[in-house]
Design a protein around this ligand. Structure first.
Ligand SMILES: Cc1cc2nc3c(=O)[nH]c(=O)nc-3n(C[C@H](O)[C@H](O)[C@H](O)COP(=O)(O)OP(=O)(O)OC[C@H]3O[C@@H](n4cnc5c(N)ncnc54)[C@H](O)[C@@H]3O)c2cc1C
Length: 557
């Protein structure tokens, strides 16, 4: 039985002031009882509250990678955003993909009308500071130590019953090889990216969503009040990634009434397995997806694009491989005879398909921010490992594709030579020489040597857009380091590799080394929750995780 606290006043500390922290505060306020006094302190390392990494207003009109419309399944969270944009007469109301700026405006409006401190029993304090240490005292309350922003003075606040980490995506430490390289820029460092001059040679690590945003930020400028791409010369920007593959463009999604992959069905299945002391396997998940596909293929006949190459054909899906459920990989395309510029051909093909309804994509997206944490929590270690080592990349690529307009933008850059993209192992094979980064020409790769003929070798900048670090030891965050030192968090190891920390992925309750809940410490989705949320770290994911943490805390009152 869970311990109940029965108290008439509680204090909660929320660490991190991004969109996740703000959602947590709104949702806690929404369901908090009138009979209890609540004091909420939000510690924010940024000066602005609620924007965090993804939604900070900026000059470049980079797109939010979420679709605030209802073509896919109805998500309450997206409807809220769309409704706010409409109500406020925003110029981006109704946009298929709103920009990050529009999202930021909508989230600010949401806060204005939902700030719970208007309720008599709730006080919300925003404290501008970087939290460096948490200490649990003998009286079961927690002390928060932080460094005040600007001033730099160390301060403490006491008496919290709960602490909620809302640290979001945590930047990685600068890799050792770049320690003495002044041209290293983190992919989220908007200002440094915008300062790069148009005659510089720039290497971008990664070839996905963040690489598009970084390239847009470099190329963008506002002249005479008009927002446009500037006149960079071709052959200055080179993207590299281990797979050398370009992102997939999002097709249209059918609204499906699910039979096998919806929340109640999965919950029943997991409970039934648990009662037999069994756990869910990836094979179970795959067979649910296949069953769903069969039913939907029949029910939605004529409503989706029947790809001549068999993208959606059931025969292709009976192989024991989740990849076939989620789509085809570039290799298949190459085998089909597309040996001329396969990257661009593949990109063009997925742009062409973007206006068609895709059945396999719609079924794959039934694994969503609601169902993934449930499924992930229920998989055993062996299956989690199998997923992370075998399917993670392909799942990520097809599950989170890019908007069509970004696909078209990228294709244009490639055709104009504004961007080149190659397959290359990783930073261990980069060479730092006289203040520049070089790609090793010893790597056997035809496309590399021909690309370097255009771009030349020797780059003044390296922008790291290579994804979000999931290894707590590589996270550039003093609080994470301190919590680890004090054994308040334990890295979640699969084999040699650490994937976030040990926790209940469903409620966000953080575990100690013995895999028991601390009871007072929670985390919202983000770098620490690698696993379920590694793939779904979106505004929707962080909002849903905030709601689940709220529910768990309320259960304890
Ligand atoms: C580059 C990038 C692009 C993204 N694009 C999209 C997108 O297009 N669509 C989408 O839905 N999602 C996107 N996301 C996911 C995004 O993280 C979520 O949508 C959501 O905004 C996360 O909110 P958050 O508050 O959890 O994290 P964040 O926005 O990262 O905020 C966390 C905050 O905590 C602060 N913090 C960290 N440590 C401390 C500390 N010790 N003390 C005090 N404060 C601390 C940080 O400074 C930061 O301000 C993107 C993420 C990144 C990194």
């Amino acid at each position: 039985m869970k311990e109940k606290m029965y108290m008439d006043q509680i204090r909660i500390a929320v660490i991190g002031g991004g969109a996740g922290a703000r959602e947590f505060v709104i949702r806690l306020g929404d369901s908090f009882p009138d009979s209890v006094v609540l004091s909420l302190d939000v510690f924010s390392a940024e000066h602005t509250f609620g924007h965090g990494v993804a939604w900070t207003p900026e000059e470049t009109p980079v797109l939010a990678n979420m679709r605030a419309e209802t073509l896919g399944p109805d998500y309450h969270e997206f409807e809220i955003i769309q409704e706010i944009l409409e109500k406020t007469g925003d110029k981006e109301a109704g946009a298929e993909y709103p920009s990050r700026n529009a999202m930021s405006r909508a989230l600010d409006e949401r806060w204005k009308s939902n700030n719970p401190s208007t309720r008599p029993n709730i006080a919300v304090n925003i404290i501008s500071g970087n939290v460096v240490e948490l200490t649990k005292l003998e009286d079961n309350t927690v002390t928060v130590k932080y460094t005040e922003n600007n001033v730099g003075a160390k301060q403490t606040c006491n008496g919290y019953q709960f602490v909620v980490l809302a640290l979001g995506n945590i930047k990685s430490k600068k890799p050792d090889i770049f320690k003495s390289f002044s041209g290293y820029i983190d992919g989220w460092d908007i200002e440094s990216i915008r300062r790069i001059k148009s005659n510089e040679k720039v290497l971008i690590r990664g070839s996905s969503l963040s690489s598009i945003d970084a390239t847009m930020r470099m190329l963008h400028h506002t002249g005479n009040g008009v927002s446009q791409e500037s006149r960079w010369q071709p052959n200055n920007i080179l993207w590299y990634s281990r797979s050398g593959k370009l992102p997939f463009v999002r097709p249209k999604q059918l609204k499906l009434g699910s039979y096998f992959v919806d929340y109640p069905y999965l919950t029943n299945l997991i409970n039934e397995l648990e009662s037999k002391k069994q756990s869910l396997t990836l094979e179970d998940v795959q067979s649910l997806l296949l069953s769903e596909l069969r039913v939907q293929e029949f029910k939605k006949k004529g409503r989706f694009y029947e790809c001549p190459k068999g993208l959606t054909s059931i025969q292709n899906l009976v192989e024991d491989d989740m990849q076939t459920v989620l789509g085809r990989d570039h290799d298949d395309i190459e085998q089909d005879g597309f040996d001329v510029k396969p990257q661009q051909v593949m990109l063009q093909e997925s742009i062409d398909l973007a206006d068609a309804y895709s059945l396999w994509f719609s079924v794959a997206k039934l694994l969503d921010e609601y169902t993934i944490p449930l499924v992930w929590n229920a998989l055993d270690l062996k299956n989690k490992e199998l997923f992370l080592t075998k399917y993670r990349r392909i799942f990520d690529k097809f599950w989170a594709p890019i908007p069509k307009v970004n696909g078209e933008r990228l294709l244009r850059w490639l055709k104009e030579g504004m961007v080149h993209s190659v397959e290359y192992p990783d930073e261990d094979s980069l060479i730092l020489k006289e203040g520049k980064i070089y790609l090793s020409e010893d790597i056997e790769n035809e496309s590399l040597s021909s690309t370097l003929e255009y771009t030349g070798n020797g780059f003044s900048y390296l922008i790291n857009c290579g994804g979000i670090s999931s290894n707590p030891f590589q996270m550039d965050n003093a609080l994470v380091e301190k919590m680890h030192e004090k054994s308040q968090i334990s890295p979640y190891f699969i084999g040699e590799q650490a994937y976030g920390i040990k926790l209940n992925w469903y409620t966000g309750a953080v575990w100690n080394q013995n895999e028991e809940e601390h009871g007072w410490l929670y985390t919202l989705t983000g770098s620490l929750t690698t696993g379920a949320h590694r793939f779904t770290n979106s505004y929707l994911a962080v909002s849903i995780s905030a709601q689940r943490t709220v529910n768990d805390i309320l259960r304890k009152l």
